[in-house]
Design a protein. Structure first.
Length: 384
């Protein structure tokens, strides 16, 4: 396999995505429906299990392969947000779960029998300040009793399992604010109606967004991942992969926009010549291409460090920042190139424009990334 560009994987993705054209996504967007056929096709082809090791019945490929999959999905005009968490959320079990947990869940996730697509972290009162989450899991014999609330949680209605972060020791009783949080694996199928309530949140894009209410939810103590109180570190591990993979989606979005803008600028005739002959149209598209190419290099660097097992928090954050900004610039440029037609649903520009805007905010906002770089890389004093 070409491990530099993963050309074979990209070709397979293009073929698969050909069965899910813009009309498919537009219909889903209007109905706010989940792309179950698309997710099933990716699952059946083995793309969503790409990071699961061979010993647990997965392909055992690296993050670079996962990047190629999601980038190509987005370049083809599709949307990987419906299922991308299946790739990285299982990493919490893989890296920190017991052998019994790995054997029980990973092969079934690899086969598609189980969907693990939910990362239950964000809360209404804490936002990005994860150390201030209020969801609390109290140990009671061989179980935990969980109470709290999560918000902006994607795909909860379409997943079997959830990786849940909760406090197991109050914040004012730990030496460091990052201590005292634990990770629990929740079986949504059993929990729903038995302490777990899922409420959809309608947003500007079709993202299967929900809020979760946890009222005396019982979770077996055997579902604790790793050691109690060390969950924040476990979640951070998954967040690095998440940010790199979403950066790859942004690269795919940016290339979708550059491809579409270039094609339209070559074909659209105004005043007797192609609009792309005008430098006022050419230059913004060229700039978007340049910024996308530069952002891809940052994504590659972050991926190399991740795959080598090296610290990559800053690089993962920077990759997400520059890739999301490249996709937003490319999207704005494409919309401007199309003019009024860009706002028409049938061209798919407005849909992709809305989808890529999300990544200025999620999974971490641009300002929080800049704050991280300022304090962790440049050694500037913390502002909060």
């Amino acid at each position: 396999m070409d491990t530099e560009t993963f050309s074979e994987i990209r070709a397979s993705i293009r073929k698969l995505c050909g069965d899910f054209p813009g009309a498919y996504w537009r219909e889903l967007d209007r109905e706010r429906a989940y792309p179950k056929e698309f997710v099933a096709a990716l699952t059946e082809a083995g793309f969503l299990s790409v990071l699961i090791p061979e010993e647990y019945d997965g392909p055992g490929l690296g993050l670079g392969a996962a990047n190629a999959i999601l980038e190509e999905v987005h370049r083809c005009g599709c949307n990987g947000a419906a299922c991308h968490a299946q790739m990285y959320t299982m990493g919490t079990i893989l890296r920190h779960g017991s052998e019994q947990q790995k054997s029980a869940y990973l092969p079934r996730i690899a086969s598609g029998e189980l969907r693990l697509q939910v990362f239950g972290v964000t809360e209404p009162s804490s936002g990005t300040d994860t150390t201030r989450i209020r969801t609390f899991a109290r140990r009671d014999g061989d179980r935990y009793i969980v109470n709290g609330q999560k918000v902006f949680i994607s795909r909860a209605e379409h997943s079997d399992l959830m990786v849940l972060l909760a406090r197991t020791t109050p914040r004012d009783q730990v030496a460091r604010s990052t201590d005292g949080m634990s990770v629990l694996l929740v079986d949504i199928r059993e929990a729903l109606g038995n302490g777990l309530t899922i409420r959809p949140i309608r947003t500007m894009l079709n993202h299967a967004t929900t809020e979760l209410f946890l009222d005396n939810l019982e979770v077996p103590a055997a579902n604790l991942i790793g050691e109690e109180g060390k969950g924040f570190r476990y979640i951070l591990d998954g967040m690095n992969a998440e940010r790199i993979l979403i950066a790859s989606e942004c690269i795919g979005d940016a290339r979708f926009f550059v491809d579409r803008a270039s094609e339209y600028a070559r074909e659209r005739q105004v005043f007797g010549r192609p609009i792309g002959q005008n430098q006022g149209v050419q230059f913004p598209i060229a700039r978007a291409y340049v910024q996308t190419a530069a952002a891809e290099l940052m994504v590659r660097r972050a991926t190399e460090l991740f795959e080598a097992g090296q610290p990559c928090g800053s690089e993962a954050n920077m990759a997400k920042l520059v890739a999301s900004e490249a996709s937003w610039l490319a999207g704005d440029t494409c919309l401007q190139t199309y003019g009024g037609y860009g706002f028409a649903e049938e061209y798919d520009i407005e849909r992709k424009f809305r989808e890529t805007r999300l990544y200025q905010v999620a999974p971490i906002s641009t300002n929080l990334i800049l704050s991280h770089v300022a304090t962790h890389v440049l050694n500037l004093p913390k502002s909060f």
